[in-house]
Every structure is written in C-alpha cells, then in structure tokens.
Design a binder for this molecule. Structure first.
Ligand SMILES: C[S@@+](CC[C@H](N)C(=O)[O-])C[C@H]1O[C@@H](n2cnc3c(N)ncnc32)[C@H](O)[C@@H]1O
Length: 237
C-alpha cells in the first residue's frame, strides 16, 4: 500500500493533476452525496454473492466520498478506499471516522496505488476510470489485474460511449440536453458538457479490447439504453 510519485519517469501522467476539476472543488465534494447516489447497498448485496468470504480484501479505486467503501466494510474485513483527490480524501476520512468504520483510506489512484500482495478478491471502481486518457486506461487496467488474485473480480462502472463515432454528435448532444437546471439539483447541462470536453470517456469498442488485453474476461457488460453508461463484471484470468 505505497504511493510512489518520485520514482516514476518525468513523462508519467500525474493523476493528482488529472483527477477532474470538480473533484477538487470543496463545494462540489460537500454536496456530492446529495447529487450522486452510488446505489452502494444494492452493489454490496449483489457482490457478496460473488465474493462471499468475510475476510476478503476489497479495494475501492476512486472511492470519492466512500459511499461504497462504508457499506462494504460491514460485509468484508479488509476494505481499502483509494483516491487521489485531497478534497475527496478529507471528506472520506471524516465519514469513516464518524461511522467508526473499518476502512483503510489511502491517497493514490489507478496509476500510483500499489498492492504488491496481489491477493485482492474484489476491486471496485465507479465513475473514476474516465479520468485517464486511453493510453493510461490500458496501463491502469493492467495494474488492477496485478492487484487481484487469479479469479478475482473487477466491478467497473463508468461513462463509456456505446455507439459508433458517426452517431457521437447526436448521442452526446441528447445526453447533455438531459442535464438538470442548477435549481433542480443533480448533474447540470454544464456538468455533462464539462465531462465531454475535459474528461476522457471512451467508446466501448476501444475499452473492451483493453480489458481483454489486460488479462480479464468480461463476464457481464450492461450498457444503458442511451449508450452513455456501462457496468462491467470482469474476472482476472
Ligand atoms: C465521480 S467520482 C466517483 C466517486 C465514487 N466512486 C462514487 O461512485 O461515488 C470520481 C472519483 O474518481 C477519482 N479519480 C480521479 N482520477 C483518478 C485516478 N487516476 N485514479 C483513481 N481515482 C481517480 C476522483 O478523485 C473522484 O473521487
């Protein structure tokens, strides 16, 4: 569980500076849980059927405010919540302390968090991978596979575009048009536009081969009807 920033080559992506503007915005982070319900109870309930051992090791990569980690800690003994944002980490640590939860909180990310034991049963990651450009996504998936034991699971949710490039303008514009007004709460049109312009969501037909290349099998892939959201269950070979 170490962070290594200093021994990486100078061209290596600094994930502390690519973690998304809003994730360092104290106002956004303070209201994140009102804005985004991670559906963590349903996720833990479903995943405990796949990862039954109470002593299992679960790594939440890009844990944010810890909605998943806090509930996961009631189910599994070794929960490690990892995030590169100091603002998210501050809120996460506050919530972990308030709940007296058994969650180890670690500063790091896909490219910097190390799990040399290579024995994790589950890596959970929701809406974090899109902060990396595609080259780095491939490295990130490779790193996650090395954190897992053979047969271990990566549960990945993200914004991943499931349509051909020829449909992208219409599909993305339709999605942006579903943003709420700032009075309504929730993700606004400006938030969705910022996602498209400043972050790195990719196409399913680019991401899914990266998963296979990294040494995962895709056991389940659920794509939303609007072609914007994807939920994967991947298993380390
Ligand atoms: C939209 S939030 C999702 C938080 C949480 N997983 C959830 O579902 O509520 C995205 C999180 O990804 C984190 N993040 C950004 N870049 C990352 C990276 N390279 N590795 C891991 N997490 C990253 C951000 O700091 C932020 O906490």
């Amino acid at each position: 569980m170490t962070e290594k920033h200093s021994c990486r080559p100078s061209w290596f992506l600094d994930e502390r500076t690519s973690l998304g503007r809003e994730n360092t915005d104290e106002e956004h982070v303070a209201h994140y849980d009102e804005k985004e319900d991670a559906d963590a109870a349903a996720e833990v309930e479903w995943l405990r059927g796949l990862v039954p051992g109470p002593n299992s090791t679960v790594i939440d990569l890009g844990a944010g405010t810890g909605q998943f980690s806090l509930l996961a800690a009631r189910q599994w003994a070794n929960v490690i919540a990892v995030d590169p944002s100091p603002v998210m980490l501050h809120e996460l640590r506050r919530k972990v302390a308030a709940a007296n939860a058994r969650v180890a909180v670690v500063e790091g990310g896909y490219l910097t968090f190390d799990w040399p034991a290579a024995d994790a049963d589950l890596v959970y990651s929701r809406y974090a991978l899109h902060h990396l450009p595609d080259f780095w996504k491939a490295l990130a998936l490779d790193r996650v596979r090395t954190m897992l034991r053979p047969g271990g699971i990566l549960r990945l949710w993200d914004i991943v575009y499931n349509f051909p490039a020829s449909e992208a303008v219409d599909r993305i514009e339709h999605w942006c048009s579903t943003g709420y007004s700032s009075e309504e709460g929730g993700w606004t049109r400006a938030d969705l536009e910022e996602h498209v312009t400043d972050e790195h969501s990719t196409f399913t037909w680019l991401l899914e081969p990266m998963m296979l290349q990294a040494g995962f099998t895709i056991e389940e892939a659920v794509h939303s009807d609007n072609g914007i959201f994807a939920k994967y269950l991947l298993r380390a070979v």
